[in-house]
Design a protein around this ligand. Structure first.
Ligand code: M6R
Length: 612
């Protein structure tokens, strides 16, 4: 949450920082600000609203300078407003700061600083930190780097910060703990950002700042220390990201582009991992735990949001094929319980961003209690892959739309591969069965392509239900997590209230909601629960509900009852979630567009949730 960008070098900083903020806007977009330094001093421009509002506001202002930093905000402390926007300044206005994260003990610090005569201009926790740095520097008479280091010892919480000093227009100071930060290394210039997307067009060489590190950055040099003052040797890595991955590529929205990318992203996810002719799965990332997998007692999956839904699909697959008991937990609940975890447990943490605060905290707790932790992440080099013992990347490519689409299907693909891999290790599946399953899995991208071809029909259905105020999504077996995911997509981007339910549970409560105004989306494909789902459809029709059914190609039964049917290709039940999710993503997308919603940046949300 919140995106930060910094630049120091020989180029004009404004366009680099501004473009970087646009790339990071998915992280938060309720206000934005930029600070620059040039011969006439420090200039700070900040506005509530999107980066475009800031751009327009600063159009006629002095934007020169080769050192600068910018911030796009997702509000935690203080409403979105001009005065709460970052950068914030110290009491003497010589220092300025941008911050991603939360300073938990800000209230106590603020009280102490107020007693010492500090005046605060905003309601933010961030402003307290820069005042604290100024105070420490004044009292201790030390240089800024040391003052920042000491101040960070006094704060609790998470941060990625960049600091500019009016008196030293030749340096930036950056630090992180619990919030991500990448430093791009150029010739005579450095870039700082929350992720690599603002950096990629200038340099491929990056350093991922580690937790508890602080950096002093000048045009010529970079010094990295740990907070305990030990100097570090930075590891420069080469980015694999390509610029075109960050563009809309002719689509109206990133979300639509990402929906259409799924045949490709799933192929990328499986590449080099499945060998259908031999009936073999290879997962290099967890290979060293192959033996351990034969004897584990239990798997606990921890995740949030869409990633949690992927976990539910994983539960179904791992229990079915590897016969290992699985529990799927919301990371935010799991970490605040006192769960029973043993050394024989494997915890799988799923996260697109690899930065979700609750998931990270759940990992840390499970690790302390001796469990083996696997990660399933999309963003390479993020915090979660570095916290886990082993893991498998989803390789879906950058997902920029806040609503998760291709990351979900890639997570489900990895979980499918993990289920088969564990089954292979434990001997709970025969080679001939694996040959059959992997051969079909290999062709799933083509089936997804066919599912995408229903787009025009889905648009027509969207037109019919776009003005609804509620919507139910029902499914059974692995169709249930698909229903949950369909409901989440609809509510987060169209603001229609939607609930996902196991179809059979409907009669225990939600059935009371059904009337002629209520659209009910059924996952009604021909699999083991088909007959039961048909009965549930009858129950909805008997109460005059509007039924939209996702059905298997060629279905005739459901067609007799449903108001609208969207066909998907037939597939083994194990692969149903990968295909049935596609029409639900498109349905939500079209409804949201028709309702005039900001599909890629829905209100109140942010792509990576780095606050607890
Ligand atoms: O980056 P993560 O996968 O850890 O994020 C988890 C959720 O915040 C995320 O899936 C969220 O629910 C999405 N907006 C759903 O589309």
């Amino acid at each position: 949450m919140c995106g930060i960008v910094g630049y120091i070098g020989y180029r004009e900083a404004w366009p680099i920082v501004l473009k970087g903020l646009k790339r990071l806007e998915y992280r938060g977009y309720d206000s934005a600000g930029i600070a620059l330094m040039n011969n006439s001093g420090q200039h700070i421009y900040k506005k509530a609203g999107k980066v475009a509002v800031l751009e327009e506001f600063a159009e006629t202002q002095d934007k020169s300078g080769t050192i600068g930093m910018g911030h796009t905000r997702w509000a935690t402390h203080g409403v979105p407003s001009d005065r709460n926007s970052h950068p914030h300044t110290s009491n003497n206005e010589k220092l300025s700061i941008i911050h991603n994260g939360i300073i938990e003990n800000y209230a106590t610090l603020k009280e102490e600083l107020t007693n010492r005569g500090h005046d605060f201009k905003s309601d933010t926790d961030t402003e307290v930190l820069i005042h604290l740095i100024e105070e420490i520097q004044k009292i201790e008479q030390i240089d800024l780097l040391e003052a920042v280091r000491l101040a960070l010892h006094e704060v609790n919480g998470a941060y990625a910060i960049v600091i500019m000093d009016k008196e030293h227009p030749d340096r930036l100071i950056a630090a992180r703990k619990g919030s991500p930060m990448v430093i791009g290394v150029g010739k005579g210039e450095y870039f700082i950002a929350s992720d690599a997307t603002p950096i990629i067009e200038y340099t491929k060489n990056v350093i991922y700042l580690k937790d508890g590190e602080i950096a002093l950055i000048t045009r010529e040099d970079l010094l990295i220390k740990q907070l305990d003052n030990v100097v570090q040797t930075p590891l420069i890595q080469e980015l694999e990201l390509k610029l075109e991955m960050l563009e809309k590529g002719g689509f109206d929205h990133f979300m639509l582009k990402e929906i259409y990318e799924q045949p490709r992203s799933i192929k990328d996810c499986m590449r080099g991992r499945i060998y259908p002719e031999e009936g073999k799965v290879q997962l290099g990332g967890i290979k060293e735990f192959a033996e351990k997998l034969k004897n584990i007692d239990r798997i606990i999956i921890v995740a949030c949001g869409t990633s949690w839904h992927a976990g539910l699909v994983g539960e179904y697959l791992i229990e079915e094929y590897a016969r290992i008991p699985v529990e799927v937990e919301y990371a935010s609940e799991f970490r605040y319980r006192n769960p029973i975890i043993t050394e024989k447990d494997v915890v799988i943490a799923i996260s697109q961003s690899g930065e979700t605060a609750d998931t990270m905290a759940a990992i840390e707790m499970a690790k302390e209690r001796g469990a083996t932790i696997f990660g399933i992440c999309n963003v390479a080099g993020a915090s979660i892959p570095r916290l886990t013992h082993a893991g498998v990347y989803t390789h879906a490519g950058p997902e920029i739309g806040v609503a998760s689409t291709k990351a979900f299907t890639a997570q489900v693909t990895v979980l499918t591969l993990m289920a088969f891999y564990m089954a292979q290790q434990k001997g709970t599946i025969t080679t001939s069965k694996l040959i059959e399953l992997l051969t079909e899995l290999d062709h799933i991208p083509e089936k997804i392509q066919i599912a995408l071809e229903s787009n025009d029909l889905i648009k027509e259905v969207a037109e019919k239900i776009k003005d609804s105020t509620n919507c139910l999504f029902l499914g059974r077996g692995s169709g249930f997590p698909v229903a949950l995911e369909g409901a989440l997509k609809l509510k987060e981007i169209s603001y229609i209230h939607a609930e996902g339910y196991p179809a059979a549970e409907m009669k225990h409560g939600p059935i009371a909601l059904i009337d002629e105004e209520m659209p009910v989306v059924f996952i009604a494909t021909q699999n083991s629960s088909y007959e039961k789902v048909i009965s549930n459809i009858q129950e909805v029709k008997a109460r005059k509900g509007k039924v939209i059914a996702i059905v298997t190609q060629g279905d005739t039964e459901v067609k007799k009852m449903a108001d609208y049917c969207i066909e998907i290709p037939d597939a083994n039940e194990a692969f149903l979630p990968l295909i049935a999710t596609i029409p639900l993503q498109l349905l939500s997308y079209h409804i949201a567009v028709m309702r005039g919603c900001n599909v890629d940046q829905p209100r109140n949300l942010a792509k990576s949730v780095t606050v607890e």
